[in-house]
Design a protein around this ligand. Structure first.
Ligand SMILES: [Zn+2]
Ligand SMILES: [Zn+2]
Length: 273
């Protein structure tokens, strides 16, 4: 079985332990490839992004390890880049200045319009629910629409290879403020998948929500994965590891889940060949 994981965070950003420990864990667990995907630096203060001053060291360390372990595993230098219109740097900016092997595009911070406050969909649940109140006047549909519209804009305008945890907006909601089975919700998903298909972006089945206990299902949910299958959108399993021990957390289960849905084999991302 193809075993690879392209979504990992180390002590450079909000994960634990140096990059090399991830490499050793990956070799120990017989992965054929491993990608480093630190949260790209952001021009606002966060507790998770790679500080801009550490970016050169992150790149240098990843490159050094690629050479050092080349006979044992294929290593890839990437970033998980946030897309926040008007705030985050264009993905192209990162890629132009520092050639990356790949990038994951993710939306953690939703900014509906210029001058509007930001809604943080990750982090503590209180912040999530408070944000729906303060940024969107309590209108959850408006909030979710803003999340998907921002995701669509990211896919259409940025050169990303993988879209990170594409329905993470459901994580804290747990069907409380809105239901993911409502037609308007699925219409937003369909619009995003159309963009993903058009741009040839890979969807990740992200296992972190399950093994961290924050979500009852993977990102994205089964119905979205079924849609990916019908649309022939490539899907890969990533664990979003924040510790070397999480490099294969729920990986096998994720692969089985995809097979149960009907995926015959994992499509190899182009950057692996
Ligand atoms: Zn993320
Ligand atoms: Zn991540």
């Amino acid at each position: 079985m193809n075993r690879y994981n392209f979504h990992t965070h180390s002590h450079f950003d909000d994960g634990r332990e140096p990059l090399e420990n991830y490499v050793l864990s990956a070799i120990d667990k017989d992965l054929e490839a491993l990608g480093f995907s630190a949260h790209a630096p952001l021009p606002l203060e966060t507790v998770w992004a790679l500080p801009a001053k550490d970016f050169p060291e992150y790149v240098a360390e990843a490159r050094k390890l690629k050479v050092q372990y080349k006979d044992q595993i294929r290593l890839y230098l990437g970033l998980e880049i946030d897309y926040i219109p008007g705030i985050s740097e264009d993905f192209q900016g990162w890629i132009k200045n520092t050639p990356l092997d790949y990038c994951i595009g993710s939306v953690h911070l939703v900014k509906p319009g210029p001058g509007d406050a930001i809604w943080f969909i990750d982090g503590p649940a209180e912040g999530y629910f408070k944000g729906v109140e303060t940024v969107f006047g309590g209108d959850a549909r408006k909030a979710v629409t803003a999340f998907y519209e921002q995701s669509i804009q990211m896919v259409m305008t940025q050169p990303l290879n993988i879209i990170g945890h594409l329905d993470k907006v459901k994580m804290h909601n747990q069907e409380k403020l809105f239901s993911t089975s409502e037609p308007w919700y699925q219409a937003l998903v369909d619009k995003l998948l159309k963009a993903i298909k058009e741009k040839g972006v890979i969807v990740e089945l992200n296992t972190r929500g399950i093994y961290s206990g924050k979500s009852k299902e993977y990102f994205p949910s089964p119905v979205i994965l079924e849609k990916c299958l019908r649309l022939d959108i490539p899907v890969m399993v990533n664990t979003d590891a924040h510790h070397p021990g999480q490099i294969l957390s729920h990986f096998e289960e994720g692969v089985k889940h995809l097979k149960d849905i009907g995926f015959q084999k994992m499509k190899t991302p182009f950057f692996l060949v």
